[in-house]
Unconditional design. Structure first.
Length: 202
């Protein structure tokens, strides 16, 4: 389950939130997959994203108080590397992130008075002057590892085309990049969650 609010409220004016917490990285250090990404360096598992997303979603559902903009939709994707940590949320692989990003974008685009809220907690890397946020399945394919990532700046820029007049993007991700990763991949292509288009907000 990803959508934690009523499907009927998605078309209504208010806050539309999308939270992602990636803690489990099967193909990176200490991951459970036997198919390990060879240029992972010390990038490994994270225990905090699951808890951060859980706390944030609980606050939005129970305590958000924004006059004129109640919570209308809340999407959550999260995973934890801790064995036995159960969750009813869908896991944040890149295909699921892309699917939910498009649905969230569509909801935000329904009213000019909407508030778009996006939160990501997990790993990030920096190559040159470009950041990449890593989905759960990053490194699954050594030839195209960055298909399991997205460019947060490009995503935020693309979202400016929505009708939502207020937009808040919160990022909790390091950008430490292993030397072997930096040396191996010069200008990789991440997954494009939403394509940027010409719009009046530019």
């Amino acid at each position: 389950m990803t959508l934690l609010t009523s499907n009927a409220d998605r078309s209504m004016q208010g806050v539309h939130a999308f939270l992602i917490g990636v803690g489990k990285y099967p193909h990176l250090k200490d991951g459970r997959s036997t198919n390990k990404f060879p240029y992972r360096g010390d990038i490994g598992q994270l225990s905090s994203p699951y808890h951060s997303v859980k706390a944030f979603s609980t606050w939005l559902l129970n305590d958000l108080n924004l006059p004129g903009a109640p919570l209308r939709s809340l999407r959550v994707l999260a995973s934890s590397p801790v064995k036995g940590m159960a969750t009813t949320w869908d896991e944040p692989d890149i295909a699921t992130i892309e699917r939910e990003a498009k649905a969230w974008y569509a909801d935000c685009n329904k009213h000019a008075s909407n508030v778009a809220l996006f939160y990501f907690c997990g790993h990030g890397v920096l190559l040159g002057d470009r950041s990449f946020f890593l989905a759960q399945d990053f490194g699954k394919n050594e030839l195209t590892p960055f298909k399991g990532s997205f460019d947060p700046a490009a995503f935020a820029d693309a979202c400016l085309a929505t009708k939502a007049s207020k937009q808040l993007f919160l990022f909790d991700a390091c950008r430490s990049t292993p030397a072997e990763l930096r040396k191996r991949y010069k200008s990789p292509s991440p997954t494009e969650l939403v394509s940027a288009v010409e719009h009046k907000n530019q």
